[in-house]
Design a protein around this ligand. Structure first.
Ligand code: HEC
Ligand code: HEC
Ligand code: HEC
Ligand code: HEC
Ligand code: HEC
Length: 370
């Protein structure tokens, strides 16, 4: 018994998971003082402001989450989207979650007990008592929430019965681990870029699929006639450290090819594609959904670029009509559009509309005179 206790605390000291994150199996408890992020605001003004505009701040309060949670009202969801539970609360009771409107608040990542968790303790600390957690510099830290599997069955069971299946539901950490960037740049390097002009700290706005500017500079689309009847469209992801789309299973990137009047001629839909798993409900150890096929931009394996290529059997004349492409991101997927009550302004965002140059042969561009 004594031996077991000692080896447990030795394991604890290795700081593998000092936060006690459980991939959403249980809420976070035991934070003394239970501080709202507003308590940090007075001294960490810039970081607070950045975080306040981030998706982490609205992880529980945003409309997309609210609607999907009301359709699938599992308390499991809340373990990631509003993880802090008040002392003595019940994990099944959503009203026992504190600061729900702060979603992934400062203390979720930075406080346990009365200690402030940081990857490097500042010299001459005056304000906080710290716990050094080197893991906070790593992709694995983010993966505690950004990598997890489908529940077994529908997951609609009490907390102590909940189990994960073997099928990934969000695969961002694993995608990154298979990419060119693994060991070179991690999630923080791209999603928490250091603030410029001498103020050396990691920014906290966590740009991603809702950040138009970040999205805009991450894609490039090009076209080429590879023979008289085949138009090849390449959608290139630039410096994306994983596949795209990634994360939430409904995330979809749509590229529409448009004519001069901006009417659609062709459309490319990129997403992880799920279908009903026929082994479920017979086998309750199975997830309710399985991956069918996926049209995605894969994680880059070299240099930092990767691409999705689609070929249209279109005549040269049709291809000549294509003048623009429109890139848009859809947060709930095409098929779900049927049931949602949310307006387009929330369920999708146009990232960019740009002229599309189509190479006909030997570098000649469509529309070139001669
Ligand atoms: C009264 C002002 C004040 C408040 C309130 C405050 N901090 Fe700090 N914090 C500081 C100062 C000053 C430092 C610099 C080092 C030191 O003095 O300990 C710091 C350092 C830190 C660091 C480590 C920085 C590094 O260099 O790695 C973290 C993380 C941190 N604070 C998080 C928080 C969080 C989370 C909250 C709210 C729960 C909070 N702080 C509230 C003043 C404050
Ligand atoms: C999703 C997790 C997460 C959330 C939420 C979060 N932080 Fe951080 N914070 C980090 C990570 C990761 C680092 C950088 C660790 C490293 O690389 O050293 C960091 C660094 C810091 C630092 C040190 C600055 C630096 O880079 O020198 C301070 C101070 C800080 N955070 C305060 C806050 C405050 C205040 C909030 C809420 C307004 C907050 N953080 C919310 C993850 C988070
Ligand atoms: C406690 C769980 C948790 C941790 C730890 C965490 N995240 Fe998140 N993150 C979330 C949730 C939940 C969302 C979705 C918020 C929403 O509903 O839009 C999210 C959203 C994001 C987004 C925005 C995605 C989008 O499409 O807009 C980015 C980027 C992100 N996280 C990066 C990170 C990085 C980088 C780290 C590590 C430093 C990290 N996260 C750590 C839970 C977490
Ligand atoms: C080399 C840089 C890089 C690295 C490393 C990286 N990302 Fe990203 N990430 C991007 C870019 C670029 C995008 C696409 C632009 C956007 O979404 O605004 C993106 C998008 C995302 C999105 C939104 C996805 C969507 O489909 O809308 C999430 C969530 C995310 N990243 C999380 C992570 C996590 C977690 C890690 C670490 C395991 C990570 N990223 C590592 C660059 C990176
Ligand atoms: C293990 C942690 C975890 C659990 C459990 C979890 N999520 Fe998430 N969720 C995330 C992360 C991380 C993201 C951010 C990835 C992204 O934006 O693509 C996210 C994103 C989302 C989004 C997209 C929000 C947006 O801003 O576009 C929705 C909607 C969502 N989750 C709903 C749910 C629902 C409903 C459940 C329960 C059935 C659930 N989540 C369970 C971690 C989790």
């Amino acid at each position: 018994m004594l031996f077991a206790i000692i080896s447990f605390s030795v394991l604890n000291c290795s700081e593998k998971n000092a936060h006690g994150f459980s991939k959403g199996l249980k809420p976070i408890t035991g934070i003394s003082g239970q501080q709202s992020s507003k308590e940090c605001q007075s001294c960490h003004k810039e970081i607070f402001k950045e975080w306040e505009g981030s998706r982490h701040k609205v992880a529980f309060a945003n409309d997309l989450y609210r609607e999907s949670h009301s359709r699938e009202p599992l308390t499991w969801c809340v373990n990631c989207h509003a993880p802090v539970m008040r002392a003595g609360g019940s994990p099944e009771n959503i009203s026992d979650r504190m600061f729900r409107d702060e979603g992934i608040s400062c203390i979720v990542c930075h406080q346990r007990g009365d200690l402030i968790l940081t990857s490097r303790i500042p010299k001459n600390p005056k304000t906080h008592i710290y716990k050094e957690v080197p893991e906070m510099k790593s992709g694995e830290f983010c993966g505690h929430c950004h990598q997890f599997n489908f529940p077994k069955g529908t997951g609609n069971v009490p907390h102590d019965k909940f189990q994960y299946s073997a099928q990934a539901m969000q695969n961002t950490l694993e995608e990154w681990k298979k990419s060119f960037f693994y060991g070179k740049e991690n999630c923080q390097d791209c999603h928490m870029e250091p603030a410029g002009s001498g103020r050396e700290y990691r920014t906290h706005n966590f740009p991603g699929g809702h950040d138009k500017n970040f999205l805009k500079k991450s894609f490039q689309v090009s076209g080429k006639m590879i023979n008289r009847n085949s138009l090849e469209i390449r959608i290139i992801g630039k410096n994306i450290g994983h596949a795209f789309p990634t994360g939430d299973l409904f995330r979809t990137l749509i590229v529409r090819l448009l004519d001069k009047q901006k009417n659609e001629i062709e459309k490319i839909i990129l997403r992880y594609d799920y279908t009903v798993n026929e082994k479920y409900p017979g086998d309750r150890n199975e997830p309710s959904k399985k991956i069918r096929k996926s049209n995605i931009i894969p994680a880059p394996v070299s240099r930092g670029e990767s691409e999705y290529v689609q070929i249209f059997k279109t005549g040269g004349e049709a291809a000549k009509k294509i003048k623009y492409y429109e890139l848009s991101i859809h947060y709930i997927g095409d098929s779900n559009k049927l049931w949602t009550a949310l307006p387009d302004s929330i369920t999708r965002m146009v990232i960019d509309v740009q002229p599309l140059e189509i190479e006909i042969s030997n570098g000649q561009i469509s529309g070139d005179s001669g």
